[in-house]
Design a protein around this ligand. Structure first.
Ligand code: GLU
Length: 424
């Protein structure tokens, strides 16, 4: 991986960033500290050490987590991340973000997140299967269609979800499709789920451009990260007529003022041996750090946490930032972006299209009745548009930025549920 991405750097702590925004929302709402304290800590933290036999016959022990932050609105929901950067604070922050995200888009879920410290790119399919099954076994009393429902995140996808549903179903003795979302179609997946996060980013971008009085056909956009979220965001945003002038992945950034052919880049990756943009002739090579500071109207950070920091926030030239990744901006950078007058559509709103369609998948699993792609997209677009308008209205009501407004919308919902439910 090229150097500039600083995700996982001990210099920044996503949990600290999450807490600072949470505290700001607590203050705006005048929320009783007793209730705030309940939501400051996760409901449950489960850690497992999982011995896995590697292809060469050796046994390696992997560290895995599942953090359930809240179950106040419904079963907890959130992805599973496979990365060497996984650590408990990061998983705690990501779990809390899932609580706020589900509340912002008004779906009946709490929040959770899982993570395994591993390098999936260096593991064989068999090793990944054994690790995923070991993790499912370790979490068999945490997961469940009515309890806690995982999904893909960084480093995981449909195949891992298929192994989880299979292992969990074997443990329980019946097919339990609803235990996980983001499954392959033939195993109870939903049409539209793969594209859902990127599609939501596109809908958020469209709504924000309208608020700024900018026409899609007259603006340029840079997308950081070209995985599931980044590549599909770039594709759908370019279909709106926006010119994509910069993209990046682990091999670095690619810049072209004439516009990048996003479909060609996606095709290049599909056929490249390492599944990356290395050698792709689509533009001038820039570093990931330079990419964020390019002259453009819209910036979509869709890679990982802590990319926009007090060190580079001053140099960002975009008028609009739409956060495809979770936590790409540190709390300290928020103030700088606000001072510069940049409109930020925060992660817990902008990338909520994924969990929204996860919810639709789970609903379809419960009904045993499957929707058309058109129906999935139409409903997801409606949820994203309505949620954007709610958060925007909240930001105008309290005269706050959209990030804090999203936390206020979420916290208002979760805390009122908490009060109604009571405590021991
Ligand atoms: N990992 C995705 C997220 O961060 C999706 C979670 C889900 O669908 O449960 O939103």
């Amino acid at each position: 991986m090229s150097a500039p991405m600083n995700g996982g750097s001990p210099r920044y702590n996503p949990l600290e960033s999450m807490n600072r925004r949470f505290d700001a929302a607590v203050e705006i709402l005048g929320l009783d500290e007793q209730f705030a304290n309940v939501l400051r800590v996760p409901d449950k933290v489960v850690m497992a050490n999982m011995p896995v036999t590697m292809d060469n016959g050796t046994i390696k022990v992997f560290e895995g987590y599942r953090v359930v932050h809240s179950v106040h609105l419904g079963p907890s929901k959130g992805g599973i991340r496979y990365s060497m950067d996984v650590n408990l604070d990061e998983v705690k922050a990501l779990a809390a973000w899932m609580t706020w995200k589900c509340a912002v888009v008004n779906i009946p879920y709490g929040g959770a997140k899982g993570g395994i410290k591993c390098d999936p790119r260096s593991m064989s399919k068999g090793e990944l299967e054994r690790l995923t099954r070991a993790y499912t076994l370790a979490m068999k009393n945490v997961f469940g269609p009515e309890n806690d429902i995982p999904a893909p995140d960084m480093g995981t996808g449909q195949q891992e979800m298929a192994w989880i549903v299979d292992e969990y179903s074997k443990i329980k003795g019946h097919n339990a499709w609803g235990v996980v979302t983001g499954k392959p179609l033939v195993l109870g997946g939903s049409l539209g789920r793969v594209e859902a996060t990127g599609r939501g980013v596109m809908v958020s971008t469209r709504s924000a451009l309208a608020k700024l009085g900018l026409k899609p056909t007259e603006v340029t956009c840079v997308v950081q990260g070209f995985g599931n979220v980044g590549s599909i965001s770039a594709k759908l945003i370019s279909q709106m007529g926006v010119k994509i002038i910069g993209i990046s992945d682990v091999t670095g950034g690619y810049y072209n003022t004439d516009g990048i052919d996003v479909n060609a880049a996606i095709e290049f990756i599909a056929n490249s041996p390492n599944r990356n943009l290395e050698g792709c002739n689509i533009g001038k090579k820039v570093s990931n750090a330079e990419l964020l500071e390019l002259e453009c109207d819209v910036l979509v950070p869709a890679a990982m946490e802590d990319q926009i920091t007090p060190e580079n926030a001053h140099n960002i030239k975009a008028k609009l930032i739409v956060e495809g990744a979770n936590g790409p901006t540190t709390a300290a950078a928020d103030a700088i972006l606000q001072e510069k007058g940049i409109l930020v559509v925060p992660d817990i709103l902008a990338n909520a299209g994924g969990v929204t369609v996860s919810y639709f998948e789970w609903v379809q699993n419960r009904l045993g009745y499957y929707w058309t792609e058109e129906r999935v997209n139409r409903r997801a677009d409606r949820v994203m548009k309505q949620s954007f308008d709610n958060v925007y209205a909240c930001s105008e009501k309290y005269k706050i930025n959209m990030r804090i407004a999203a936390y206020v919308v979420a916290l208002e919902k979760v805390s009122s549920t908490l009060k109604l439910r009571g405590s021991f």
